[in-house]
Design a protein around this ligand. Structure first.
Ligand code: GLN
Ligand code: ZN
Length: 772
């Protein structure tokens, strides 16, 4: 070993990307599902990836490697297996074959629905939600955790098993089907703790010195009862005899009131986030009296964004922390699962910019550098510090990412720029005259089926089998098909169908200056689904129109209004890696200005209806209530800046989905869009009532067709939902539309479903006229 690779006991991480450099894991698992890869071969691939990760980490100089963070689908599902909380409907399958049973819980089978999937805190990773009830009996199954620990130990490494902690596991669970919604899974804590005790004993017996218990749910607002459950849980686990040492980890923010509770608990160490809002943990820790005699793992390297660390600033934090704990180790703020693997794989990124980027591998090196500096003094990392200073200085002033014109324009934005000149009550008069729509107008959310044919066209273009012209002709043919169908079906406001969009964020990111694309920057979204978020690296501007061509082409084919379709500024940020050198509000404002120009160009081209999608507005709501007003203020302002430059008779739509909207109804109102479409079919139009209760004064289209499954709703069903909607929203303000875009659907069910939707609207219009 050379001096640089000397193992530094103070450096560690909580988890590492699972997929491998070439997404080998995805290929093996999907191959297994298709019967092309055997279970044995899949296990071998998985073990090979774990081994490669560990050796990479050890080689970088990490003294302690995580084990058990690897998963064939999701670590929450692994925890469900570990505690034996298998839903009844999957028990037979799991007993029959553990691996098939595992995937059955994740993906469902013909007879048994999968576990519900939802977002892991405010990341874009999705976990499978445990289903619990008063009758749930837990049983310890430490097989996987023990096996993975043994693999690392066999390589001669110091492995630290990482488990989802018992409190977070219960707080993220929901009542099983058939269990009353009021059931609180946390009431099962006393039943769950003995299972954790057993797993800890098994891991100890297998050779674990430390075990990490992740409790990220404690960075959310928690009630006193929940905090006392935390105290009870760790008093009990801490009191076990013959247990490994316990490290309780939190990430994604500050612990707040939970910090003193954990600091007092009889555990051996805490891992805390010191990045972003987690920086408040520094004062929190001091106020709680520090962790005398205990281990503190300091998450000072941002584990969920892609920028290099400010090493000097981190060293300063670490120096302060030295006085607050018995031992201080260095880590990333959270598992590195949330960032891509390796910047050096990105050959297309300007090397001057690549120097400012750190993916999992580069972050690991930063952690080791910091740990070395902490252990042996800054003199031992002089070269790294100098290089880091110069990279940060370059980034701070580089003309590659700073555009004075963009900044000047953003600085000049005034209050008038984010308010429409006329109130809705006046705008609607002109819009009604211009559009001349019937009551209960019908429309869709934008995308039509992304067929194999469309995907093949994109692959052909990439592979050079067709040229740009050939590609565009295939897209144009798709637009013609979509327009013809909508006319025949009798929809009122048409869309072009978005055939040209691979992804609603990527499509615009590729056309904006200031954004970078990666080639291999895959990040797990759920299971075997990986996304490649674009990197919002610099000041944002729009070299030219982005969507006008397809919208006007579609409009040229029909006399009915065609809606222009854009992705909103908040969603553009939420589904990208965002620059960390200025407030999000400033970045959002730049994106909004670029989109505002697109809106203006669409309007100038004759587009009378423009939809700006914000499906991510609800999901990036901060985890703590205290942080929400500030977020909602800049988010709604960015939306209004995008949309408020239009004429009064241009109708602005927005769309949101994937969420419950109850707690952002005020923000929805603040957007001042003329029309909003929302996901609502599964919740039986609940949102219509919520909007009405708030006195929502504008037009709304709560979805009446659940597009998440191939099921075709019949006309009566749609009519029933519309009647429900009419109880809350009057007919002249109620729109008729599906829950979301149709890109994941096939044509046959799309056709029939939309025909039923139009039939239901027509039927109700007749009744309305008869009544009047
Ligand atoms: N216009 C987009 C579509 O229809 C909206 C997608 C979304 O809300 N996620 O696909
Ligand atoms: Zn949607």
């Amino acid at each position: 070993m050379t001096d640089q690779t000397v193992t530094t006991p103070r450096a560690t991480v909580y988890g590492y990307p699972r997929q491998g450099g070439d997404r080998e894991l995805k290929k093996a698992i999907e191959g297994y599902w298709k019967g092309r890869v055997t279970a044995g071969a899949l296990r071998q691939t998985a073990a090979g990836l774990r081994r490669a990760n560990w050796l990479q980490l050890a080689d970088a100089g990490l003294g302690e490697v995580p084990t058990g963070d690897f998963s064939a689908y999701d670590h929450m599902l692994d925890t469900t297996v570990m505690v034996g909380a298998i839903p009844d409907r999957h028990r037979a399958e799991v007993r029959n074959d553990a691996l098939d049973g595992y995937f059955a819980m994740a993906r469902g089978t013909q007879d048994a629905a999968p576990l519900e999937m939802t977002k892991w805190f405010d990341t874009n990773y999705h976990y499978l939600v445990p289903e619990l009830g008063p009758d749930t009996e837990f049983a310890a199954d430490s097989t996987q955790q023990v096996a993975q620990l043994r693999e690392a130990l066999a390589l001669g490494l110091y492995g630290r098993p990482v488990l989802v902690g018992p409190v977070t596991y219960l707080l993220l669970a929901k009542p099983a089907p058939g269990v009353p919604a009021g059931f609180e899974p946390l009431t099962l804590l006393d039943r769950l703790l003995p299972v954790y005790a057993q797993v800890l004993a098994d891991l100890r017996a297998a050779g674990a010195g430390w075990v990490q218990l992740d409790e990220p749910a404690l960075v959310q607002d928690r009630t006193p009862a929940e905090l006392s459950a935390v105290a009870r849980a760790y008093a009990e686990l801490g009191a076990l005899t013959d247990r490994p040492r316990l490290l309780v980890a939190s990430y994604f923010g500050r612990l707040g009131d939970a910090l003193p509770v954990l600091a007092k608990a009889p555990v051996d160490g805490l891992a805390l986030d010191f990045t972003g809002p987690g920086a408040a943990n520094l004062d929190g820790l001091a106020a709680a009296g520090g962790l005398p005699g205990k281990r503190l793992v300091a998450g000072v390297v941002d584990g969920r964004n892609v920028w290099i660390n400010d090493l000097s600033a981190s060293l300063k934090t670490l120096g302060t922390l030295l006085g607050l704990a018995g031992r201080v180790d260095v880590a990333a703020s959270c598992s590195l699962l949330h960032v891509p693997l390796d910047v050096t794989a990105e050959k297309d990124i300007d090397p001057r910019i690549a120097r400012w980027l750190a993916f999992a591998r580069q972050k690991t090196a930063e952690i080791v550098t910091l740990a070395t500096g902490l252990a042996r003094g800054t003199g031992s990392i002089e070269a790294e510090l100098t290089a880091n200073k110069s990279d940060l200085a370059d980034r701070a002033r580089s003309s590659l990412i700073h555009d004075p014109a963009v900044r000047a324009r953003a600085a000049a934005v005034g209050d008038d720029d984010h308010h429409r000149a006329e109130p809705y009550a006046k705008r609607t008069v002109g819009q009604r005259l211009r559009l001349n729509l019937p009551p209960l107008p019908t429309t869709t959310i934008g995308s039509f089926p992304q067929t194999d044919d469309l995907r093949a066209a994109r692959a052909d273009l990439r592979a050079g089998r067709i040229d740009a012209e050939g590609y565009e002709e295939r897209m144009a043919a798709a637009v013609r098909e979509v327009i013809a169908f909508q006319e025949a079906a009798g929809l009122d406001v048409l869309v072009h169908g978005e055939p040209e969009r691979n992804d609603m964020v990527q499509y615009f990111a590729e056309q904006l200056s200031g954004y970078l694309a990666t080639r291999h920057g895959w990040v797990q979204s759920y299971g075997t689904r990986y996304v490649r978020p674009p990197i919002l690296a610099g000041d944002i501007s729009r070299p030219g129109p982005m969507s006008v061509r397809w919208t006007t082409y579609a409009q040229s084919l029909t006399a009915r209004p065609v809606k222009g379709m854009l992705t909103g500024p908040v969603t553009m940020l939420a589904w990208s890696f965002v620059r960390d050198d200025q407030p999000l509000a400033d970045t959002a404002r730049q994106v909004a200005l670029a989109l505002r120009d697109e809106v203006a160009d669409l309007e100038a081209a004759g587009t009378a209806v423009i939809q700006v999608d914000e499906p991510a507005l609800r999901e990036t709501l901060p985890l703590r209530a205290a942080d929400r007003p500030a977020y909602l203020a800049w988010a709604t302002e960015a939306f209004r800046l995008t949309t408020s430059g239009v004429r009064a008779d241009t109708q602005i739509h927005t769309h949101m989905c994937y969420a419950e909207f109850g707690d952002i109804v005020q923000a929805i109102d603040d957007l001042d869009a003329d029309v909003i479409s929302l996901e609502a079919a599964r919740s039986h139009m609940q949102v219509a009532g919520e909007l009405a209760a708030q006195g929502y004064p504008r037009e709304a289209g709560p979805g009446v067709y659940d597009i998440h499954s191939p099921r075709v709703p019949d006309t009566a069903e749609v009519t029933a939902l519309l009647r429900k909607g009419l109880e809350a929203i009057p007919a002249d303000r109620l729109w008729v539309n599906p829950d979301c875009g149709l890109k994941t659907r096939g044509w046959p069910e799309t056709r029939r479903s939309l025909e039923h939707l139009v039939a239901a609207a027509r039927e109700l219009r007749t009744t309305l006229t008869a009544d009047a």
